[in-house]
Ligand binder design. Structure first.
Ligand SMILES: C[S@@+](CC[C@H](N)C(=O)[O-])C[C@H]1O[C@@H](n2cnc3c(N)ncnc32)[C@H](O)[C@@H]1O
Length: 518
């Protein structure tokens, strides 16, 4: 990274989050190799971190150009030719409300409109650093993969790649992670403040500690395929569509996806599992009638294999795991039987109505409703993101997503299940999920609906999108005249709604880069 920013003899290197000073130390080494003497500049909010930097071999003189300052709230009043950083990776829910608000305003002013609130501090660091990069200057940032996979990523990257030249991106296999043992999938971005380019280099590093990466960067990104580094050239537009954390692919483009066959909804958020999720023994000791209990599953680990059966539930009960959900409706507390009333009063004395999520419910004990999903998806796990057949009829909690087939017949369900458990379908999860360290993938409901189902798998399973659904999509896209005479239950011509749907769907297809109906 330091080699990249030193390429044009910048005269200085600036690190906006110096910390223990790894980049400033590297600058001394690489600059020496290149016969340069750049000034070491930086910002760091925590004076203790600089003490650590001195323990790691930087002298007081080396740190003379480092200022104790908050790079976001009080940025340097100058621009830089060379910026390199491992910015603080602070996720959005750890930012204070006030700080989030200020960052939001900063992003809106910089980009022209706000970034989705799920962007972490590192994203704003990148924006601020780009803002302070001189024309012709170079920037290298190491960032978590959410930089390309978060909801905010398309807005962020459209802005960056329309103003700067994204020269190269480096990804790492789990074995070669620059942060071994940390739950983060890291990427390095090499960006130059020149005219945007249509192509960028994309490399995957497969060997920890290899020198191949440094050689590649210092030689100006040649096309190479060594054992430690595989490199390809891709168009920026394809990179943005696929996600720059993922290798180039044409898999799934324009083909069928899960959303054509099923709807995806997240599992139930109880707001307090320790209160609402019970063992059968607890429920019977409390005297809670069965009518208020639903079989439920909370942890991926509890599912065992690829099917949850009644046998799975029996085994969980034997091992003392909770298997029932207290699923209450919104009737007044006094109208529940005595045992339920007593338990709810106990919950009130424990302060449950003030719990973050429960405080938003009216009444606080009213449980979210879900129809039993015949297929579940366990959405975060190490190597175990997968579909699970739910023959036990359990309601899943938030560790899972609910998959509801669009056609309610056993035949359709079996075909869909065959397609979803196919290894080629499972392999496509990497195309829609967020990647974490160690190969874990997290998939959000809407992203799972975009999961490409390989055409060969779909046809081998004998699956075709439900006729009603295909018809709707077709009508929506062509503005079917026939629907003009159809009235909805309020007596309004359906065509009006149809046209809204045309616009919505067309916008969605354009956004997703999909051609529908397939
Ligand atoms: C991931 S560490 C940087 C590691 C560093 N490159 C190294 O070699 O050790 C992030 C650093 O950013 C600092 N930091 C956090 N918020 C900051 C801010 N607003 N302005 C400047 N530095 C900040 C933290 O104190 C921390 O030392």
């Amino acid at each position: 990274m330091v080699g990249y920013v030193l390429q044009d003899h910048p005269g200085h290197v600036f690190d906006p989050a110096v910390g223990a000073g790894a980049f400033l130390r590297a600058t001394k080494v690489v600059a020496n190799e290149l016969g340069q003497h750049p000034a070491l500049l930086g910002a760091e909010v925590d004076p203790q971190a600089l003490q650590q930097a001195t323990r790691h071999g930087l002298s007081r003189m080396d740190l003379g150009g480092v200022e104790i300052r908050d790079f976001m709230a009080d940025p340097p009043q100058r621009h830089f030719n060379a910026i390199v950083a491992n910015p603080p990776y602070v996720r959005h829910h750890r930012l204070s409300k006030g700080m989030k608000e200020r960052l939001k305003i900063f992003a809106a002013r910089t980009i022209g409109h706000p970034l989705d609130g799920r962007a972490g501090l590192h994203i704003y660091f990148l924006l601020r650093a780009l803002q302070l990069l001189n024309r012709g200057g170079r920037l290298a940032f190491i960032m978590p993969a959410d930089t390309c996979e978060g909801v905010f990523a398309p807005t962020l990257w459209r802005w960056i790649t329309s103003r700067y030249a994204l020269e190269a991106v480096v990804a790492f296999t789990p074995d070669a992670s620059p942060f071994p043992g940390v739950d983060t999938n890291a990427l390095v971005f090499f960006i130059k403040n020149t005219v945007p380019r249509a192509h960028c280099w994309w490399a995957r590093c497969t060997q920890a500690g290899t020198t191949a990466l440094k050689t590649w960067v210092l030689s100006g990104f040649p096309e190479t395929h060594g054992s430690a580094l595989s490199v390809c050239r891709r168009t920026v537009s394809e990179g943005l569509m696929t996600g720059l954390s993922r290798a180039p692919t044409s898999r799934g483009a324009g083909g069928p996806c899960l959303g054509d066959f099923a709807r995806v909804v997240r599992g139930v958020a109880t707001g307090a599992n320790e209160f609402f999720l019970l063992t059968l023994e607890q429920a019977s000791t409390l005297g809670i009638p069965n009518a208020f209990l639903r079989p439920a599953i909370a942890r991926t680990r509890d599912t065992g294999g690829e099917e949850i059966t009644n046998g799975t539930l029996r085994a969980l009960r034997r091992s003392g795991r909770p298997t029932v959900l207290l699923a209450l409706d919104g009737r007044p507390l006094e109208q529940f039987p005595g045992a339920v009333r007593a338990y709810l009063r106990h919950g009130e004395t424990e302060g449950l109505p003030r719990h973050a999520l429960l405080a938003t419910r009216r009444p606080w004990y009213k449980m979210e409703r879900r129809v039993v999903p015949p297929i579940l998806f366990s959405y975060l796990g190490r190597r175990n993101s997968r579909f699970i057949r739910n023959t036990a009829g359990v309601i899943p909690l938030t560790g899972f997503l609910c998959v509801y087939p669009r056609e309610d017949t056993p035949d359709f369900l079996e075909k869909l299940w065959a397609a979803l458990r196919h290894p080629d379908t499972v392999a496509n999860l990497a195309l829609v999920g967020k990647s974490y360290g160690g190969g874990a993938i997290k998939v959000e409901p809407r992203a799972l609906e975009r999961l490409p189902l390989p055409a060969a798998v779909v046809s081998a399973a004998g699956l075709s999108a439900p006729m009603r659904y295909r018809q709707q999509e077709f009508c929506a896209l062509v503005g079917n005249e026939a629907s003009a005479n159809v009235r909805d239950r309020h007596g309004k011509p359906k065509v009006a709604r149809g046209r809204h749907r045309v616009r919505r769907l067309t916008a969605r297809c354009v956004q997703d880069g999909r051609r529908r109906p397939w």
